[in-house]
Design a protein around this ligand. Structure first.
Ligand SMILES: [Zn+2]
Length: 272
């Protein structure tokens, strides 16, 4: 991996803005996973929550990653896939609790959002769970980390109607036009492993055309592995591959690109 070594050699921050350290896939070897990330030049990560019952495990996993030399910041939230198990009140109570316990260390609310890939019979409950957390974040000036799957227009609908402090659309699957609408709302777009797939022409075109000032890098590990790791779990240490793919698409040198991306991360999340 000479690209990641060159990035590491620059002493530049390489920040994974979206991973799930407490995931079952990392239960057996999280210290090795974190050490691998550090060896690949990753310096910091944003650990993103999915459900209140998993927040304690997330905190434990973050401590493990820190002991391998990584800076790890936290986002907490209730993901739309947990809509059957977490009510809007429970989601907000859980945010109150982690906010009181973590204070300034809670840098964002997420992963929250809408997923309309399946039958839409839980759409009302998804909207309620999402909006309760969007409002909670907006009132505290915290950015949100959005899960978007066939739900871009509905997310935009809420963003236009609720006070919010921006955030990032992670794992974006929508159109270039929708991406621009998110950017107009003050949102950034997370660039993950999908960009490394050779056949992802629409994604490649989008990543060439969107303003650089709107992009951040992410892995979503252990989910959404890139092309070189199809069928495997994804790792935070694969983040340099996403940087490399984006640099190639933008015809930019990796260091120069990363400098721009890091400015975005700091605008969005402060100092991680
Ligand atoms: Zn995620």
């Amino acid at each position: 991996m000479k690209e990641s070594a060159s990035v590491a050699g620059r002493d530049m921050d390489l920040i994974d803005t979206h991973c799930h350290l407490e995931a079952q896939a990392f239960a057996g070897d999280l210290p090795a996973v974190a050490a691998h990330a550090a060896a690949q030049g990753v310096t910091a990560m944003l650990a993103v929550g999915v459900s209140p019952v998993d927040f304690p495990a997330q905190r434990d996993a973050m401590a493990v990653a820190r002991s391998e030399g990584l800076r790890v910041a936290a986002a907490y939230g209730s993901h739309p896939w947990w809509v059957d198990r977490v009510s809007p009140d429970e989601a907000v109570d859980a945010l109150d609790r982690v906010h009181a316990a973590n204070g300034a260390k809670l840098v964002a609310v997420g992963e929250i959002g809408l997923d309309f890939a399946g039958t839409a019979d839980d759409a009302d409950r998804q909207n309620a769970l999402f909006v309760a957390q969007l409002e909670w974040a907006g009132h505290r000036g915290l950015p949100v980390i959005l899960h978007e799957h066939k739900s871009a227009d509905r997310l935009l609908y809420w963003l236009r109607r609720r006070q919010h402090a921006g955030g990032v659309v992670h794992g974006f699957t929508g159109s270039l036009q929708q991406a621009r609408q998110f950017i107009d709302q003050g949102l950034y777009l997370g660039v993950g492993g999908a960009i490394t797939h050779p056949g992802a022409h629409r994604m490649h075109r989008m990543m060439r055309e969107l303003p650089l000032d709107a992009l951040v890098l992410e892995t979503d590990a252990p989910n959404q592995p890139g092309h070189a790791h199809r069928g495997e779990r994804n790792l935070p240490g694969y983040l340099p591959e996403n940087l490399e793919a984006l640099a190639r698409l933008r015809d930019m040198e990796e260091g120069a690109l990363l400098e721009r991306i890091n400015r975005n991360v700091h605008r969005l999340f402060g100092d991680l």
